[in-house]
Design a protein around this ligand. Structure first.
Ligand code: URA
Length: 468
């Protein structure tokens, strides 16, 4: 196998022999294909795409580059959620304990920040002491005892994705349907799930801003899940503005805690609740299609699995009773309790749940105020995400250490009225020069005018297995 020929074949849009692709990928794992050759290959895929057979081979090789968990001994549905990446997307911090409070097992393995988007691991590690590097044995033991654990992809799980993910983040090779689909699905299929829900972001802050391309990504991933017998639902959600009012690791943990207290921004709450509802629905669907006849998916007591009559087919689209159940677990504080105990179990300071001031704080906080009165036309997520990275909240080099305290908070939302002098948002920075530069970027990212802005719907219709 000549790696250069593989790169050239993809570059020139020639048909790729899937066996050659496997050899190329295995060569990378074995250290025979260099990082610069892999970067070139990834860029060629970004520009030219991959045929379906090659994509399936990519997913399979990444999935089997490590262990595939067998969690079939757990007495209930095992469902995870993964986002295609957004700015201010702190959903997982609320969703994982909430889904566990609703009775699901949630074996959540998350990633670090990718490109201009944040990552759940970096957010969790903003909590003093929090360990995301639990061993697989400990991960499984925590799941057995508490239904939820949140860790990083261990060295055992899809290690090829782990390496490629880090390389893509620093080589401009993220925005690609086959690369995103293979990255997400390889590690999620390795988690031994009975159901998967994907939050597919659309709009200018997403890796695939164009709605049609985002929907194509959603369908591609749902098809992969279906082929691997894991019922998968994709929920398209808006990323033409940041989610919530904060961007930056510790600031996002604070906002997630507000949401776990039944407060916080409406959009974060709605997206989180909608995703958990889909997790419950997909858990129910998994009973019908489980390769083992569904026998391992048994009901879970109190706060447990879907009660009779709450299946999606039972009432209209069946989502209303599920939604009521999810809201109850959120507003009663049940999910917050689970989060508190998860933080403690994983070495973090549980007191942050009651006193978020214990989270790291930035040296400088600078306010940005509106120079005119009017309606907020837009809050551009892409420049804000990039500014958060430049503040030190994300990486531009492999292995870079990040600053958990920096970012933006108190951001306005598009459609809100502001008067001259009102706050548009605040910058949290490590020093005055960085704060000034970020304040300038924040000002440019927010436009104020006189019309009512047109925004993407916050949540679109879920995408599920195609009728054959
Ligand atoms: N999330 C992932 O895990 N991988 C991607 O490529 C994009 C988002």
């Amino acid at each position: 196998m000549n790696p250069v020929r593989i790169i050239e074949a993809v570059r020139d849009g020639e048909e790729l022999d899937p066996d050659d692709l496997t050899r190329f990928l295995e060569g990378y794992t074995a250290g025979e294909v260099e990082e610069y050759q892999m970067s070139a290959f990834l860029m060629a895929v970004v520009l030219k795409g991959l045929a379906p057979e090659a994509l399936e081979r990519l997913v399979g090789t990444m999935l089997h580059s490590g262990a595939v968990l067998d969690l079939s001994h757990l007495p209930g549905p095992r469902v995870d959620k993964h986002s295609t990446g957004g700015v201010g997307d702190k959903v997982s911090l609320v969703l994982a304990p909430l889904a566990a409070a609703c009775g699901l097992y949630v074996p959540m393995m998350s990633g670090r920040g990718l490109g201009h988007t944040g990552g759940t691991l970096d957010k969790l590690e903003a909590i003093p002491g929090f360990r995301t590097d639990l061993s697989l044995d400990r991960f499984v033991a925590d799941l057995e005892a508490h239904r939820v654990a949140m860790i990083g992809q261990t060295v055992e799980i899809a290690p090829l994705d782990r390496r490629l993910y880090a390389l893509r983040s620093v080589s401009g090779t993220v925005p690609s349907i086959p690369l995103i689909a293979a990255s997400i699905m390889s590690k999620k299929l390795a988690e031994g799930l009975t159901g998967l829900v994907l939050d597919v972001k659309m709009g200018s802050g997403a890796f695939l801003p164009d709605r049609e391309r985002a929907l194509e990504l959603a369908r591609t991933m749902v098809d992969i899940g279906t082929r691997h017998d894991v019922p998968t639902t994709a929920l398209p959600t808006a990323m033409d503005r940041p989610l919530g009012r904060t961007v930056g690791n510790a600031l996002e943990v604070r906002e997630a805690l507000e949401c776990l207290r039944g407060e916080g921004p409406h959009d974060l709450r709605e997206v989180t609740v909608a995703l958990v509802v889909e997790m419950l629905a997909v858990a129910d669907a998994s009973k019908a299609v489980s390769p083992r006849g569904g026998s391992e998916v048994t009901s879970v007591p109190e706060g447990g699995t879907l009660p009779e009559g709450e299946s999606p087919s039972a009432a209209g689209n069946g989502r209303d009773p599920l939604r009521a159940r999810v809201l109850e677990k959120l507003d009663s504080g049940a999910a917050l309790e689970i989060f508190r105990s998860l933080v403690e179990r994983q070495g973090g300071d549980p007191a942050i749940a009651d006193d978020p001031d214990l989270l790291p704080g930035a040296a400088v906080v600078e306010e940005v105020r509106s120079e005119r009165s009017g309606v907020v036309q837009g809050v551009e997520p892409l420049p804000l995400g990039r500014a958060a990275v430049e503040l030190g909240g994300g990486r531009i080099r492999l292995g870079q250490t990040i600053d958990p305290a920096v970012g933006f908070d108190q951001l306005v939302h598009p459609g809100e009225h502001v008067s001259r002098g009102d706050l548009l948002g605040r910058v949290h920075a490590s020093g005055p020069a960085a704060a000034q530069a970020a304040a300038e970027r924040l000002r440019k990212a927010i436009s104020v005018g006189s019309t009512v802005p047109t925004l993407l719907p916050l949540i679109e219709t879920p995408i599920q297995e195609r009728e054959s």
